[in-house]
Design a protein around this ligand. Structure first.
Ligand SMILES: [Zn+2]
Length: 298
């Protein structure tokens, strides 16, 4: 089993990321989303944290528990349970499929369709990308005129989508369904597809459970990183994740074997695990920034 460098060392060295593009079905597994929410929680203003907890406590949706970590997995459960045809209505909101060979951000965002006047963002067009949805839900959360049910939905979508946009295979595609069509294996890890490795396997390398991973990451985020990471918006973060995908997710893949599957060397696993630690940390800091801006008292 490859146990990668502690996330400490990783964060301390001030890694530079690039970006990539993810697509397809799922983003981070539940664990990755929980880590992002727990990191974010530690960067919330005290009054915003109370407001977030109050909004979640008022939620009656049975799909998840109502703590911030569980609520961050809600958008996947909602899609998969197909509530009110949620699969078709919300599936594409989880990614922005920027093509590695011919990147076109606006095309990957379906040319940014507007939410019809008077409709909540949660009823917006099915063909829309994660970047637009983050911006729409952040605006709704900040708007005191948003009704309370939609406010809770906006919060839960944000808790999830800010994580998704940082999963490099949710911000890139190489005509392989965001890595779902590439079969990979690595020493000590169970074989699966490339997307699954970035969703789950590399997250598992960081620690035994979301709370442990989150507190390790939080302990190593410097003030300088926090300030630096808060720059830009979801658009920039998707492009950054796309670059990471191009450089590391796809760029570091070895030559496939005769059957077309990829045996990842230890170096790949180490780099990927470090990248995942940084992406989860950035997502947490940026999610906190969005929630602080939306819910801070004027
Ligand atoms: Zn998702």
């Amino acid at each position: 089993m490859i146990r990668v460098v502690s996330s400490l060392a990783i964060l301390a060295c001030g890694v530079v990321l690039s970006c990539s593009n993810i697509r397809s079905a799922l983003a981070w597994g539940d664990e990755g989303h929980e880590v992002v929410a727990l990191v974010a929680q530690s960067f919330l203003d005290a009054d915003v944290r109370k407001r977030v907890n109050a909004l979640l406590a008022a939620d009656t949706d049975p799909l998840t528990a109502h703590d911030i970590a569980s609520a961050a997995t809600w958008a996947d459960k909602y899609r998969d349970a197909n509530v009110n045809n949620a699969r078709e209505r919300t599936r594409q909101w989880h990614f922005v499929d920027i093509e590695i060979a011919a990147p076109n951000f606006d095309e990957a965002c379906f040319n940014h369709p507007a939410v019809p006047n008077g409709s909540p963002a949660s009823d917006g067009p099915p063909a829309d990308c994660v970047v637009d949805k983050i911006q729409e839900f952040a605006a709704e959360l900040a708007n005191p005129a948003t009704d309370s049910e939609e406010q809770v939905a906006a919060l839960k979508f944000l808790l999830h989508f800010v994580g998704d946009v940082h999963q490099p295979l949710h911000s890139s595609d190489d005509h392989d369904r965001g890595g779902n069509a590439k079969r990979v294996s690595a020493a000590g890890l169970s074989a699966g597809n490339l997307h699954h490795f970035w969703d789950t396997e590399f997250v598992d390398q960081l620690g035994p459970d979301p709370r442990t991973i989150a507190s390790d990451l939080i302990g190593h985020i410097t003030n300088e990183q926090q300030t630096q990471w808060q720059a830009g918006n979801a658009d920039d973060w998707a492009k950054e994740a796309f670059a990471l995908s191009k450089d590391d997710v796809y760029g570091q893949l070895p030559t496939p074997n005769a059957r077309g599957s990829f045996r990842l060397p230890d170096d790949y696993v180490t780099t990927a695990t470090n990248d995942v630690a940084i992406q989860l940390s950035k997502a947490g800091v940026r999610l906190a920034m969005i929630l602080n801006q939306a819910l801070r008292k004027p």
